[in-house]
Write a protein that binds this ligand. Structure first.
Ligand code: FES
Length: 135
């Protein structure tokens, strides 16, 4: 069993921002086929800033701690800033993860990124359908 540091344990035992956002502006889901863990991130966007972020994580202790940390790091950031949250940064904020748990931090950063991309894609579609609305 991996040995987690205090910071990781603290986020694992009391994860922040757990849940689901109804009518989320962006949703990103990722899974790791090797360990079978799954993570879904939900974001609300206001004036190009992440005004709310929640997640549902079915995974190991590190995946839960990573989700919690990513949600804290993303809250209030602009979309551009939030896109710069890398797995390495997440692991650093958690003061390190056991080597065999690095992939768990990838999941968190990827899920947030996907949620942002999903939001941007929807925006693009909305703009297009408005343009093409009149015939
Ligand atoms: Fe796969 Fe942690 S073991 S996300």
């Amino acid at each position: 069993m991996p040995v987690y540091n205090e910071k990781v344990m603290e986020h694992f035992m009391s994860p922040r921002n757990v849940g689901e956002i109804e009518n989320a502006d962006g949703v990103g889901e990722v899974g790791n086929p090797v360990c079978g863990d799954m993570m879904t991130f939900y974001i609300k966007v206001n004036d190009n800033h992440i005004s709310d972020v929640k997640y549902k994580t079915f995974g190991c202790g590190a995946a839960i701690a990573v989700s919690s940390m990513v949600s804290e790091m993303a809250m209030g950031k602009t979309l551009e800033e939030a896109k710069k949250i890398t797995p390495a940064l997440v692991a650093k904020e958690l003061k390190g993860l056991p080597k065999n748990k690095y992939h768990c931090s990838n999941l968190g950063a990827q899920a947030l990124n996907k949620a942002i991309d999903n939001y941007l894609k929807k925006q693009g579609k909305a703009a297009k359908s408005q343009k093409g609305g009149k015939k």
